[in-house]
Design a protein around this ligand. Structure first.
Ligand code: TYC
Length: 119
């Protein structure tokens, strides 16, 4: 079969970059239009029954904190009533809340956390 010359879309010659810019693709406007997503903080709540050790393990496992950081966060919750465990996009924050609820329910503890807009 004969090879055909590829057809290029027609362009307004004035919009085609010339000289040093020939072939350049300008992305400035696109980048400026994309604003960062609203972020959500996952806040863990205190209660009188969940063992401290369980809370520390949950914070380590689901919020990727080391033992020392997880212990500090747990103590802040215990003393202040609540503390932020992490900040995520909306869907990820909702998933974290569900994962904590599942783990707490399976273990028979009333531990709860909520997600709320950050700022
Ligand atoms: N207050 C609980 C206790 O004394 C410990 C605890 C800490 C529970 C943090 C929940 O999110 C929590 N056993």
């Amino acid at each position: 079969m004969a090879t055909r010359t590829p057809k290029y879309p027609s362009v307004n010659p004035k919009s085609v970059p010339q000289g040093d810019d020939a072939g350049a693709l300008v992305l400035d406007r696109l980048t400026e239009k994309v604003k960062p997503p609203q972020m959500y903080q996952v806040v863990m709540l205190n209660d009188d029954y969940t063992p401290m050790e369980f809370v520390v393990v949950v914070i380590q496992e689901f919020f990727n904190k080391d033992l020392e950081t997880a212990t500090q966060i747990m103590l802040k919750i215990h003393l202040d009533g609540r503390a932020v465990c992490g900040v995520y996009t909306k869907d990820v924050a909702a998933t974290k809340v569900n994962m904590v609820a599942d783990a707490a329910n399976k273990a028979g503890h009333p531990l709860q956390c909520v997600s709320e807009p950050a700022n």
